[in-house]
Design a protein around this ligand. Sequence first.
Ligand code: MN
Length: 276
Amino acid sequence: MLELLELLKTAEISTVQDVAKTAYAVEILDLGLKYSLKKPSFCGFKNASDLYLSSFSFLSCSSFLNSSSNKSSKTQNQDYRMQEPYKLFELKYSYDALEPYIDAKTVELHYSKHTKTYVDKANEALIGLQKPNITEAQAYELSKQLDDNVGGVLTHQLYFNCLAKSKEKGGTGGVYPTSGAFYEAVKARYGSFDGLKEALKKGGLSRFGSGWVFLHQDLSITTAPNQEWPRGKKPILGIDVWEHAYYLKYQNRRVEYLDNIFYVIDWNYVESLFKS
Ligand code: MN
């Protein structure tokens, strides 16, 4: 994957042939957008490089999120393809597991309604894109719908997987690592896990309107609007700062939500992504 990132930075990828020369051409072509490579502008992408980057991003983040399982990358990519149509990922805990920090009703609505809608809309777009004789305008709309909703699925999969029952309820939520490479790296960059928490809070508060704050494998923090999956980064923690993530319990008080979510962050899981 590093090789691919380097290639994206340096190579001029302006034709289908350029893409075909890369080691990941097969995976890219398997993405379901493959026919649009023949005419990138058809799907609203400025050029082949733009489409390529977008396809690559879906592929890499999808296999990245599955990377804690002990599968070869080949199997991961096969699994990825089998997710079309996409399926709603399983929640690792019950709706009330994150109480009192995130209430059961919010988890239920957020998972079974909001997140499921992204899955349904992504599938609708995939099916639409495969229909013969769609117009260029329809293809543009559908590819945007696919991009937005796959982003929605991936961000929420990361978010829900990064949460767990709090330690006072016998879970791993809120328990900071006390040794190891992740612990040392956080200490070096942020002073402590409390320092990291403050930096993430600051990021989450700075995001105007709906969006996300992410911690990446290189321990940088970025924010993103709406459902934008970070391109060219490997997020290991994602915190949803849309109002639907906290409004029932916290109303407009995003700062209180951001304070309390740290009681249910599953640092074991975050660490597993850091090490992957
Ligand atoms: Mn959300």
